[in-house]
Design a protein around this ligand. Structure first.
Ligand SMILES: C[S@@+](CC[C@H](N)C(=O)[O-])C[C@H]1O[C@@H](n2cnc3c(N)ncnc32)[C@H](O)[C@@H]1O
Length: 203
């Protein structure tokens, strides 16, 4: 789903960048360090990268051998290409990721699933493009958060894209992820997840 003009501005400003760098990205990095997961030199996908600030943070920290990022809005991808030159950016949809299966060591998802009525399909697509034991890092907002911004800031989101945390965690497991760590980000309406693509024993 495209962002409204107001939400586009609220996502592309120094305050949003500060929160992403100092709070969300730090928390996800702490998850990785705690579980001895090092993404240096790996192949990373930033799904729904917006204007590419998260892509730049990922690139600077992990020096990936391959860094790919996409967003459904061409305007965001234009900005991202100007912001950061060391990634491959393209316009794309997370419910139909233009990528072979089992390709990435890690996928980052910063706040996009609450925009997507088919968020379950998006999780299945992310699972598909991750390699076995690949890592999924998520920052998201739940139903209460989306209801709040709709009421007070007039950001409209599809009803079908709203979820509660137990429902979201259940869906991650159904798709085939192990949830390694899960934490609120200051308020319970924002959560971060560290997940791993589960390997099914074929015997
Ligand atoms: C709230 S913004 C977050 C942007 C950025 N990840 C950040 O954290 O600043 C949500 C982003 O998801 C993108 N988006 C919405 N639906 C999408 C889809 N189906 N596939 C890919 N990106 C999508 C929007 O264009 C927007 O850039």
């Amino acid at each position: 789903m495209r962002l409204s003009r107001v939400e586009f501005i609220s996502m592309n400003n120094p305050i949003r960048r500060w929160i992403q760098k100092r709070i969300e990205f730090q928390l996800l990095n702490r998850f990785l360090e705690k579980h001895n997961m090092n993404l240096t030199g790996s192949a990373i996908l930033d799904a729904g990268c917006g204007s590419g600030y998260s892509t730049k943070l990922i690139g600077s920290r992990y020096n990936p051998r391959e860094l790919t990022a996409f967003d459904i809005m061409p305007e965001q991808i234009e900005l991202a290409k100007k912001r950061y030159k060391k990634a491959r950016f393209f316009v794309g949809d997370v419910t139909e990721i233009d990528s072979p299966s089992d390709k990435y060591d890690a996928v980052f998802v910063f706040g996009i699933l609450h925009h997507i009525p088919e968020w379950r399909k998006a999780l299945r697509e992310i699972y598909r493009v991750l390699m076995p034991k690949g890592v999924l890092l998520i920052e998201e907002v739940n139903r209460s958060g989306v209801d709040f911004v709709e009421k007070y800031l007039r950001f409209s989101h599809p009803k079908e894209s709203r979820f509660d945390w137990p429902q979201f965690a259940e869906e991650l497991k159904t798709v085939g992820f192990d949830i390694i760590e899960d934490s609120k980000i200051i308020l319970n309406i924002f959560h971060a997840y560290l997940c791993k693509k589960h390997i099914v024993n074929s015997r």
